[in-house]
Design a protein around this ligand. Structure first.
Ligand SMILES: Nc1ncnc2c1ncn2[C@@H]1O[C@H](COP(=O)(O)OP(=O)(O)O)[C@@H](O)[C@H]1O
Ligand SMILES: [Mg+2]
Length: 339
């Protein structure tokens, strides 16, 4: 297990900067997600940490020791990819044993370690099968087993659940999180799925355009986004953004309010945030219904538990608690203090 320090890391490909001086400190045993849209540099940063890509500037340290120039095999990190490349001609047992054999570990220790990993991941009954005879979820579990069997200092996972179907993906989130707690291993988990990052992580590093936007625990990122990008990327359906001048304020301010914080309310002037608009759509979504409301030529999303008594086309007053209304600098996107 190790802590990881990423200090002013720059990565350029053929003079094109992809990472613009990132700083991050990941604690020993922490579960950190790199979250951001496709192309923002998540995989590049992960491969720089693994040593598969050389950095163009800055330092990468393990336990505060500069590892920037060390070869991948000297960093003692394990990687799990989306397409869990297992060796097709080897049994599950030999796949899991492979990293230990490469290190020259004795066969008795290998057998014990494979049993430990198999039991922990629930694949003991599958040890003599070939990868082709496993389901996607089982293969992903074997790939994780192969990664953790040699007790790596850190487990680096690049969108490991993206190829699984939806229900299995949700199940594997819990399994990976449980495994990480049991092992106490430092995990960096790359994903573009904000919900995945929210439910799994101790802290989330939100990235955009090769820059770190915010690094904080999930509820801080959700409730106190550092800027408009983070506010819009985290949460589903996404936050509504309205021009401040349309709300009787300044055009230099963008106002944000999440659909889950906004719903039909009374018209009394009680200091709560208020929007008036026309109800154009009601979408049942299980525990709540989503409402599309046209406000000043823009569609605003709100929620309501029960839509009884609401009629399409009617004028609706939406309310939100004042502390759930966000303000951003319209030019820079930086979060402004709440009113
Ligand atoms: N080997 C490479 N050569 C040139 N550009 C690359 C290379 N690998 C990645 N990039 C570019 O770096 C940026 C970040 O890519 P990547 O780290 O894969 O993003 P993410 O994993 O967040 O989707 C993208 O613009 C991508 O095109
Ligand atoms: Mg990627």
């Amino acid at each position: 297990m190790a802590s990881i320090q990423i200090e002013s890391v720059v990565k350029t490909y053929n003079d094109t900067p992809v990472l613009h001086g990132l700083d991050l400190e990941i604690g020993d045993g922490e579960f950190v997600s790199f979250l951001g849209p496709s192309g923002c540099g998540k995989s590049t940063l992960l491969y720089c940490i693994a040593g598969l890509e050389a950095i163009s500037g800055g330092r990468i340290c393990f336990d505060r020791q500069d590892f920037s120039a060390r070869a991948p095999r000297d960093r003692n990190v394990a990687l799990v990819f989306q397409d869990y490349a297992l060796y097709p001609h080897m049994s599950v047992r030999d796949n899991i044993a492979f990293p230990l054999r490469q290190q020259g570990v004795d066969e008795a220790t290998i057998a014990a370690q494979v049993k430990w990993a198999g039991d922990m991941l629930g694949v003991t009954a599958l040890l003599d099968r070939a990868p082709a005879d496993l389901s996607g979820g089982q293969r992903q579990r074997v790939a994780v087993g192969r990664a953790v069997v040699r007790n790596p200092a850190a487990l680096l996972m690049d969108e490991p659940l993206s190829n699984l179907d939806a229900s299995l993906r949700v199940h594997m989130r819990t399994e990976i999180r449980r495994l990480q707690r049991e092992l106490g291993v430092t995990v960096i988990f790359v994903t573009h799925d904000q919900e995945e990052a929210m439910v799994m992580s101790d802290r989330i590093a939100v990235m955009d355009g090769g820059r770190l936007q915010q690094f904080a625990d999930p509820m801080t990122v959700y409730r106190a986004p550092a800027n408009r990008f983070v506010a819009g990327f985290i949460g589903s359906p996404r936050m509504n953004f309205l021009p401040g001048d349309g709300l009787g304020g300044s055009a230099a301010v963008t106002v944000g309010v999440r659909p889950h914080d906004l719903g039909p309310g009374d018209t009394a002037d009680d200091g709560r945030f208020r929007l008036d608009g026309r109800l154009v759509l009601i979408e049942p979504a299980g525990p709540v219904h989503f409402l599309d409301v046209e406000v000043g030529g823009q569609i605003v999303k709100a929620t309501v538990a029960e839509p009884d008594g609401l009629a399409l086309g009617e004028t609706l007053t939406l309310r939100a608690p004042a502390q759930r209304v966000y303000r951003f600098d319209a030019a820079s996107g930086a979060a402004l203090p709440n009113l």
